[in-house]
Design a binder for this molecule. Structure first.
Ligand SMILES: [Zn+2]
Length: 68
């Protein structure tokens, strides 16, 4: 399972039509909500679908107080 947290900036394998491949996580859970960093469009993906498109995490959210 891809480890993601609210506020993370991630990269997808395919680019959005606007040319950006970077997305901000605005909701996690069974469905993942993403906001395109290029055009601001918000999309919602099922977790499995999201993981197929996920490439890597570019930037972790700052509130990583749970990290050890
Ligand atoms: Zn876009």
């Amino acid at each position: 399972m891809v480890p993601i947290a609210l506020g993370d900036l991630i990269q997808t394998k395919k680019k959005h039509p606007c040319g950006s491949d970077r997305w901000r996580i605005t909701r996690t859970g069974a469905d993942v909500k993403l906001r395109c960093e290029g055009c601001g469009r918000v999309i919602m993906l099922e977790r499995g679908e999201f993981e197929k498109r996920y490439k890597k995490t570019i930037e972790h959210a700052e509130d990583d107080h749970d990290a050890v």
